[in-house]
Design a protein around this ligand. Structure first.
Ligand code: NAD
Length: 246
């Protein structure tokens, strides 16, 4: 018997990284999983590797697409995992208006759209778990992550407000705050740094455990927050950071 038998989980940004691994673990635990992303070739690879996962194209920056998907599926979705996010690098001087806008559009506004679109059906059914992707950068100051850190702190606020609004209605909302996790975009940031070896060493050095996290280590928390085992947990910002912020 799986922890998520009978539940339907919808995940954004599920073609790679944490979203992808979470989709696989939720399916392994018995959920019907709808994995969405803009990257269709990567979605097809996921479907080929894990046939239990259904894949759908969804650009969360397109409000019409978000609302159309919710009109089609919201009545069946028990768990919404809003994983989409993007890292802008830089301090205030190095953050352009475009970086700021793109960061808040994807990391915060699109998440708000997803929550707003899927909440009414959860409230009607008096059941639902929303899981939002924040970051430890939303809980502590991280150098050269100005827009990213501000956006991920906004995710914590959004999460707590949704949790407070619907705490008596059977709808829970929590967020996850990972430290550095090995994912394709993280590898891309290391490779693009100019000195990949030094960049890798610097990422590892800021984790007291002496390593970065794995997508499994975040994906199992997604399974927990999706499951009824976490029924008493709402409004929480769950830090999984190898001790970075302790
Ligand atoms: P990633 O960055 O490697 O992949 C991101 C995915 O998002 C891609 O598949 C991409 O196609 C998709 N995407 C981008 N724009 C989209 C859009 N408009 N609509 C739908 N999908 C879109 O994955 P990751 O590194 O595991 O990061 C996933 C989430 O976890 C992000 O919100 C990130 O901020 C957060 N996070 C990551 C780390 C880390 O170290 N990797 C740490 C803390 C938080």
């Amino acid at each position: 018997m799986g922890r998520l038998d009978g539940k339907t989980v919808l995940i954004t940004a599920a073609a790679q990284g944490i979203g992808r691994r979470s989709a696989q673990l939720c399916a392994q635990e018995g959920a019907t999983v709808i994995a969405t992303d803009v990257n269709e070739p990567a979605l097809q690879l996921l479907a080929a590797e894990t046939p239990a996962v259904q894949v759908r194209r969804l650009d969360v920056l397109d409000k019409q697409q978000v609302e159309a998907l919710a009109a089609e599926l919201a009545d069946t979705v028990d768990v919404l995992f809003n994983c989409a996010g993007w890292v802008a690098e830089g301090d205030a001087a190095a953050t352009s208006d475009d970086d700021w806008q793109r960061t808040f559009d994807l990391n915060v506004r699109a998440m708000f759209w997803m929550c707003r679109a899927f909440l009414p059906a959860m409230r009607r059914r008096r059941a639902g778990s929303i899981i939002n992707m924040s970051s430890v950068a939303g809980m502590k100051g991280v150098a050269r992550r100005l827009a990213y850190g501000a956006s991920k702190a906004a995710v914590v606020g959004l999460t707590r407000c949704i949790a407070a609004d619907h705490v008596t209605e059977g709808v829970r909302c929590n967020c996850i705050c990972p430290g550095t996790v090995d994912s394709p975009s993280w590898r891309g940031r290391v490779a693009a740094s100019g000195d990949p070896e030094a960049a890798h060493a610097a990422f590892v050095a800021r984790q007291p455990m002496g390593r970065v996290g794995t997508t499994d280590e975040i994906g199992w928390l997604v399974v927990y927050l999706a499951s009824d085992e976490s029924a008493f947990t709402t409004g929480a910002a769950m830090v999984v950071d190898g001790g970075w912020s302790m």
